[in-house]
Design a protein around this ligand. Structure first.
Ligand code: 13P
Length: 255
């Protein structure tokens, strides 16, 4: 069975001091929960401080973005070399980065290769907008994002990657795909495309999260689906009690 993975994307929230407090609360509550992988993704400015809190626990650390070059005159960017050894994961291609900062399938693919080269596991985000959803274009669009993101990666590299299916219209809106819809898209646009690109082993090994208004009330529905292995959580990850409830919700996989 694929190990469930619940990740908190704190987005542009939390000062370093606030991040430390939240990380400490999460750590205290989930320290003994070995069955579910927990990953915290604070802003860059809080990564080192949060690492100090979770260092000797099983909780993983993720960055929210990175550039693909190792170093150079790229003012304001963060390189994979700077994250290597500090983080385990890096979120790539989040829809907010695609929408507001011009990221494309090509730049996401460059970042995927750079992350893997530096031993960082990408959590690569895909998902359709409302117009695409209503036009029935979801499967084709998400499938094309997967092809773009995985281009040039070996099967061995591909199996390490975590994919987050986040329909844009469900992010921060309180609207969600139904668990059945999300599972269907994940099978049709992610696992089947991976099977075409690679083979069934890769398609069945890659862990896929759902993201978009996941909360303590709906998490078990998503985690109860066979092809949903976890959640990438924004708003509900910003408070320890709701995030910890989400992590415990993933235990439905073992019932
Ligand atoms: P919300 O959980 O706030 O909808 O955000 C989802 C998300 O974008 C996680 O990356």
């Amino acid at each position: 069975m694929r190990k469930p993975i619940i990740a908190g994307n704190w987005k542009m929230f939390k000062t370093s001091a606030e991040a430390v407090l939240l990380a400490r609360e999460v750590r205290e509550a989930v320290a003994d929960l070995g069955q579910v992988e927990v990953v915290l993704c604070p802003p860059f400015t809080a990564l080192a401080a949060v690492e100090g809190i979770i260092a000797d626990s099983k909780i993983g650390l993720g960055a929210q973005n990175m550039f693909w070059e190792e170093q150079g005159a790229f003012t304001g960017e963060i390189s994979p070399l700077m994250l290597q050894g500090l983080c385990d994961y890096v979120i790539l291609g989040h829809s907010e980065r695609r929408q507001y900062f011009g990221e494309t399938d090509e730049t996401v693919n460059k970042k995927m290769k750079a992350a893997l080269f530096h031993k960082l596991i990408p959590i690569v985000c895909v998902g359709e907008n409302l117009a695409q959803n209503e036009a029935g274009e979801t499967e084709a669009f998400v499938g094309s994002q997967i092809k773009g993101a995985f281009a040039g990666l070996s099967a061995e590299q591909a199996t390490k990657i975590v994919v987050a299916y986040e329909p844009i219209w469900a992010i921060g809106t309180g609207k969600t795909a139904t668990p059945e819809q999300a599972n269907r898209i994940i099978v049709a646009s992610i696992r089947q495309v991976l099977a075409e690109l690679y083979d069934n082993n890769v398609a069945e090994t890659v862990r896929v999260q759902y993201g978009g208004s996941v909360n303590p009330g709906n998490v078990e529905g998503f985690m109860g689906q066979p092809d949903i292995d976890g959640a990438l959580v924004g708003g509900a990850s910003l408070k320890a009690d709701s995030f910890v409830t989400l992590v415990k919700g993933a235990l439905v996989k073992f019932r």
